[in-house]
Design a protein around this ligand. Structure first.
Ligand code: ATP
Ligand code: MG
Length: 571
């Protein structure tokens, strides 16, 4: 590929609306262009990366024994009504009507369509297990499309679905898929972690997410370096503190705290660390009233854990100001357990301490020296909070660390949720009709490209992991217009490399060397060769490795072998 022919408009400035580095670099390097919110064109160099990711995903799915098919992107509403998701999927679903006024959606995922295929094609247990996959465009009308292709509305997903007679067979395939996923991310050259996950709205039993580790990740992952524990913070259990609760040492004392509502304000005013303060949150109860949830001031409420409690309404919603007033006669910011006439659930850590500061259920007042059992009844306790760094691993190996990650893959054991709803049954060994057991397995193919850049870049630009580089070698030709011999030598080199199966992007533009080097760094091909008059006279080409910056002179006639060796070494 020649830059004299490919219109590559690189940008020096950081685009104003791009918040994360991968989005900035993808725009600056001309890999993608935005059409509208969450809609992107993959430009030629970007598309090459996407295709390489796709190829590795496809190879590993084939190796795992799944069969590729391609389902329609547009799906009839009736199918979604059969599964019950037409009404619950909400605004993420892009709904459309055809000329006959029939309702459709643009598929955000394909459980319904594949289950329809399965109920038509699969009749007997002898046909099971079977797995299908596709690599296809999805549309989700995300509330906040952002970070470029990382959270787009239209994006490329690999989605696979497996069908089984029983749970044991599902577990075997699930395990095989987990291994295929680990191979995919390893082959792509990414640092990643597989974590136990919440199965979200797809529903079902076990589920694991695969995260590329990166500071900008939207997800927090708790993991322990001494045991196998790794889970999305959303789901990681926070254990009750060990040992008995310390005895009270202080009297319950009412103190004036004018204007101090937040834990930080109260903690600063009274000179008490947030871990010694209690926060009391009123949320909607499942019976229509309110429930008080009490946490330590330094801990954060985990909404998923809270809404799983039978007393709490799902999805979790805070009580309105009027409800708080009606239930406590007070404003949020000064609530506490003393004298509270409401059902109350305390987080394990909040229930395990003594001598707390808490709200006095009176504006501008708090208590110090609050103790459970003495100043308020012993509370019902539950795990209500997010795990934090330093908490013990639930597997007992030691303290957990928190890392940030980008979800690039997700595998679920669906069970019979869809097969029951759509009556996708087979005849079992005894000739009985039974619903099939299903698994589903997704990979964000386009998101992987952004995630890879988050993990692999420097001040100058992208540093592609070799397995997903758009092309392998950037051949920079210095001042081609000035010297016919340089142009001719560059052409020969380009031919030789290409014939050897090496992917070359030749910068034969009529541009200044500084511009070319800057673009080479920005676009980030793993290997750079520079050919100029001086080198040509000496019979050498300058080599530079993008990642390390290491440079060396290579005799022109040894360049093909040299690059070949480099590619093998890093492969
Ligand atoms: P998220 O929590 O990031 O919204 P999800 O859990 O809703 O994702 P899944 O239904 O598990 O997504 O879809 C499978 C994969 O598709 C995800 O692991 C992710 O890599 C990718 N994906 C999901 N939503 C988007 C999006 N808006 N843009 C790009 N990729 C996405
Ligand atoms: Mg997911």
């Amino acid at each position: 590929m020649r830059l004299s022919r490919l219109p590559l408009n690189t940008l020096k400035e950081v685009p104003a609306d791009a918040e994360v580095v991968s989005h900035q670099l993808m725009l600056r390097a001309g890999l993608i262009r935005k059409l509208a919110a969450g809609l992107f064109t993959w430009m030629p160099l970007g598309l090459k990366v996407l295709r390489k990711v796709e190829a590795i995903v496809r190879e590993e799915m084939d190796r795992a024994g799944a069969f590729e098919l391609l389902m329609p992107a547009v799906q009839p509403a009736e199918l979604w009504r059969e599964s019950g998701r037409w009404d619950v999927y909400g605004d993420l679903l892009l709904r459309i009507r055809d000329r006959h006024d029939r309702e459709f959606c643009f598929g955000p995922t394909h459980e319904e369509v594949i289950t329809d295929i399965a109920r038509r094609e699969l009749k007997s247990y002898r046909q099971l297990p079977v797995s299908y996959y596709q690599i296809q465009t999805k549309f989700r009308d995300e509330i906040r499309p952002r970070f470029g292709v990382m959270r787009a509305r239209e994006f490329l997903m690999k989605d696979a679905y497996s069908f089984h007679l029983d749970q044991a067979s599902l577990e075997a395939t699930y395990q095989r898929m987990a291994e295929a996923y680990a191979r995919i991310f390893t082959r792509l050259g990414l640092r990643f972690r597989a974590v136990e996950a919440d199965s979200g709205e797809i529903g079902g039993a076990r589920s694991q997410e695969f995260h590329v580790l990166a500071e900008s990740g939207e997800d927090a992952i708790a993991w322990c370096e001494h045991d196998d524990f790794a889970a999305n913070v959303e789901l990681a259990p926070a254990l009750p503190p060990p040992g008995p609760r310390p005895a009270p040492t202080a009297e319950l004392t009412r103190v004036a705290t004018p204007g101090a509502r937040s834990i930080d304000e109260v903690s600063e005013l009274l000179g008490v660390p947030p871990s010694r303060c209690l926060k009391t949150l009123l949320v909607q109860a499942s019976d229509g009233g309110c429930v008080a949830l009490v946490l330590r001031g330094d801990h954060e409420l985990n909404p998923l854990k809270a809404e799983r409690l039978p007393q709490v309404a799902a999805p979790l919603a805070l009580a309105t100001a009027e409800q708080v007033q009606a239930a406590t006669g007070c404003e949020p910011g000064f609530l506490g357990p003393v004298g509270l006439q409401l059902p109350l659930i305390a987080d394990h850590a909040a229930a395990a301490g003594a001598d707390f500061v808490c709200g006095a259920n009176e504006v501008d007042a708090h208590y110090t020296g609050f103790n459970w059992g003495r100043d308020a009844p012993e509370p019902e306790t539950a795990d209500l909070r997010n795990i934090v760094a330093g908490d013990p691993s639930p597997l007992g190996g030691g303290p957990v660390s928190i890392a940030r990650g980008i979800e690039v893959g997700h595998i679920f054991q669906l069970g019979d949720k869809y097969s029951r709803a759509l009556q996708a049954t087979v005849l079992d060994r005894d000739g009985r009709e039974v619903p099939m057991i299903m698994g589903c397995y997704g990979i964000g193919v386009s998101r992987i490209v952004a995630a890879a850049i988050e993990q692999n870049h420097d001040e100058q630009g992208i540093i592609w992991p070799e397995p997903m580089c758009p092309l392998e070698v950037m051949l920079v030709v210095l001042n081609p217009k000035k010297s016919e011999s340089v142009t001719a030598a560059a052409e020969r080199l380009y031919e030789d490399l290409s014939r050897a199966g090496i992917e070359v992007l030749m910068d034969d533009r009529d541009a200044r060397p500084g511009v070319k080097f800057a673009d080479a760094d920005l676009v980030g091909l793993p290997h750079r060769l520079t050919l100029g008059q001086r080198g040509l006279d000496a019979g050498v080409v300058e080599y530079r490795e993008r990642r390390s910056g290491a440079e060396e002179q290579v005799p022109i006639d040894a360049v093909v072998d040299f690059i070949r060796q480099r590619l093998e070494r890093t492969a």
